[in-house]
Design a protein around this ligand. Structure first.
Ligand code: NAP
Length: 320
């Protein structure tokens, strides 16, 4: 099979196409014919060798794939060959024509959801759900700021929160992104590249502040976020790419809190809940994964540049 392999940590150019043997499923394992693979920012951190999880080389990047079951190992009950599925992590990696996965990493992909959309489920929707429910403990009627709403996690958060009855303020850095954020359910959208947009957010809450913030770029925004919080407000740090100085007094004044998490550390029970929520949302139409760009597998280096560039519009996926 053709696969993108990383033989040394480095820039996007270390993502090379290699012809390697197609894996065979052992007991409890499933071989998926990958029709689309989702590109997530963490794939780039891992490739550069700076991420907390450092795989042994060579490795195939990617945790999020969608496709059909090609073959199953002994004892597999969950699926049969031909079934449409998405992955939540894999054993061998998603950026390939085939991916080997454990039965526990495979979930059904409804007929009405395309493979490209299915490749944008696990990390974006899993992160958005766990942020809102396990960490923020969001309630209907609360006001939520999705700080960075135009990308994979942001759009998922807007859709989940909209279905739950929160008032949503989203930010994006382009008009196209702002339009998308509004279309997917945000009640207000502001441009995070424009000076004064934080004041506009405060104005939109009538001066009260927001109850919750899902933060995609904490190293830039955390100090500002604290000033945007209402009493007992919570900031959930989802994305961060550096250090920042904050004034803890802003927390004290509001009895506010800041919490971070990684999706990797989600428990089995939390993961089961996430997949049940994804299944229900896809079924009832409240979750509509947005695919902004599809690229051929060999263009993985381009995808890794694009996913870190400004102007997010849903997901970038690779098509083997
Ligand atoms: P993505 O699709 O690349 O989207 C990035 C988002 O950040 C876009 O909405 C982008 O908006 C926005 N952004 C850019 N500059 C910003 C600014 N100054 N203030 C606020 N937002 C800004 O990435 P993603 O998949 O949604 O992931 C978002 C972040 O969460 C990444 O850092 C990722 O590594 C992290 N993450 C963490 C976990 C976890 O377990 N904690 C899981 C998944 C993702 P424009 O492009 O429109 O400017």
């Amino acid at each position: 099979m053709k696969a993108i392999q990383v033989h040394r940590f480095g820039g996007p150019e270390v993502l090379e196409v290699h012809e390697i043997p197609t894996p065979n499923p052992g007991p409890g394992q499933i071989l998926v014919r990958v029709h689309a693979a989702g590109v997530n920012p963490y794939d780039t951190y891992m490739r550069s060798g700076t991420y907390a999880v450092k795989p042994s080389l060579p490795y195939i990047p990617g945790s999020d794939a969608a496709g059909t079951v090609e073959a199953i190992g002994d004892g597999v009950k969950k699926v049969k060959p031909g079934d449409r599925v998405y992955t939540a992590k894999t054993i061998t990696g998603a950026y390939a024509e085939y991916a080997l996965a454990d039965e526990s990493q495979i979930y059904p992909l409804p007929q009405k959801i395309s493979f490209a959309q299915g490749a944008g489920l696990w990390v974006p929707y899993g992160t958005a759900y766990t942020a809102l429910h396990h960490h923020a403990k969001a309630h209907a009627g609360e006001t939520l700021l999705v700080h960075g709403a135009s990308g994979g996690v942001g759009i998922a958060a807007v859709q989940f929160a909209g279905a739950q009855g929160l008032t949503i303020i989203g930010t994006a850095g382009t008009q196209r992104g702002l339009d998308l954020v509004k279309k997917e359910g945000a009640h207000h959208a502001f441009d995070h590249t424009k000076p004064g947009y934080a004041e506009e957010i405060m104005k939109a809450t009538g001066g009260r502040g927001v109850d919750l913030i899902l933060e995609m770029l904490a190293n830039v925004n955390l100090a500002t976020d604290l000033k945007l919080l209402a009493l007992r407000g919570r900031v959930i740090v989802i994305g961060n790419r550096g250090e920042i100085t904050i004034n803890p007094r802003e927390l004290m004044l509001r009895r506010a809190s800041v919490r971070g998490f990684t999706l990797w550390a989600a428990t089995d029970a939390e993961c089961a809940e996430i997949h049940a929520a994804i299944a229900a949302g896809l079924d009832n139409g409240t979750l509509r994964p947005i695919v902004g760009k599809e690229l051929p597998l060999k263009d993985a280096p381009v995808a890794h540049q694009d996913v870190l560039a400004p102007g997010a519009f849903g997901k970038i996926v690779l098509v083997p």
